[in-house]
Design a protein around this ligand. Sequence first.
Ligand code: HEM
Length: 452
Amino acid sequence: MLDDAGELSFVPPAPHPGSHKANLFHLVRWGMSRPLDAWPRAVFEELSYRSPGPAAPLFIMDPAAIRAVFVDEADAFTQGAMFRRMMRPVWGEGILTSEGPAWRWQRRASAPAFRPAHMDALAPFMAQAAQSGLDRWAHGAQVDFAQEAGRMTFDAILDSTLSGGEGFERASLRSRITGFLSKVLTPRLSFYMASDRWHEGRSLPPAPGAAGLRRDVDAMIRHRREGEPRGDLVDLLLGAHDPESGHTMDDATLRDNLLGFMVAGYQTSSVALTWSVFLASQHAPTAARLRAEVEAVAGEASIGPEHVERLIFTRQVVSEALRLYPPAFQLYRVCVREAVVGGRVFRPGDKVLIPIYALHRHRRWWRDPDVFDPDRFAPDRPAPDRHLYMPFGAGGRVCLGAAFAMTELVVMLATLMRGATFTVDPNHRVWPGTAFELLPRGGMPMRIKPRR
Ligand code: HEM
């Protein structure tokens, strides 16, 4: 197929809408390890889809109904007991895991720290993390880029949120957090088979090492309260207060939130960076345009806040990567009071699933949905509906770190593409699919060659 510029269009690897009729066998067998393969064609073509299973959710693909769930009737839909049960053993009662007034005041108090203007101050940490990757591959390298991306986004978030990891051994902290993530977030059979109420009051055994990690973060916070300010997120949160209630964060709340930001922000960004570099390097016209932009905007200089806004095409590539491979590929809600959405009555206990991956490739809403086309996000094109394109969620619980992530991804993609070429191992079949985030299955083996 030729695109508007007469170039061969690039359809990156992805499971195409299944031709099978989903049955409970598919959902249970695949839903646990290959959820995208379990979704039937209807999820990519219809406005809603009722999956089989005694307690299975209703899939919603209609932007107007999604808006109702996340905005108009938001108080009728919560994250549910299953989510709380998975997250609370490690991440306590921070923004990520709390609801009602406890969530509201923490969200209001920390929102100013995540304003785009503050993200500018963090850009040098992000550029430095990408540069240290380039330094590691200075003589060329054969690596699993998915692992390398994890190392870079971990460094960036550690430097911005946990005081540069002072007092922590980086590699061991990363493997502890990755270990918790894979344990805590492993999909469970009960997702399809049990009611949300069944999860209420049940808890998972504490992840090994969680208590030690919490103690380490507590010590870091005590130390920071006494020390000089450094202009990172810790400082911003130490001074945060809710303008309505006047609440400030005590050490325990601050610790739950800092750990929550690490969790919410490290692997998601790593997955997004992996796919962004993959897409940019697989499509020669995109790679050339991207490098030309970076060199015109920043020359040889380290990418800083003064460049980020002007890296327009780089941002388009990131946005398109987040469309094709959204790290949070599905969102889940449970109804807690009767509500009417899309003409359908929802009762307490009903489950809703927003299949973001399928929404971003929905046959009804997108032209050439599977084609990689960063110009969809060109400034002169109408922006997609925010309840159709939603890599960062929607409504009041929209990702708090969205500006952080976009700045980080633009800075890192620009730095990496200017500094090196990336070639996927020709013997490896790249394929999205994983239990929880959209990691490439079997990693992303790449040959990296410095460009200068
Ligand atoms: C590409 C990277 C990222 C993606 C795709 C992403 C995606 C999301 C999504 C979809 C949600 C909404 C969850 C829901 O509605 O149930 C969310 C929430 C959240 N994200 Fe992100 N995120 C990213 C990076 C980050 C970063 C870097 C941080 C922090 C530094 C962060 C912090 C949070 C927090 C605290 C919430 C919970 C907000 C609330 O419940 O009020 N995220 N994220």
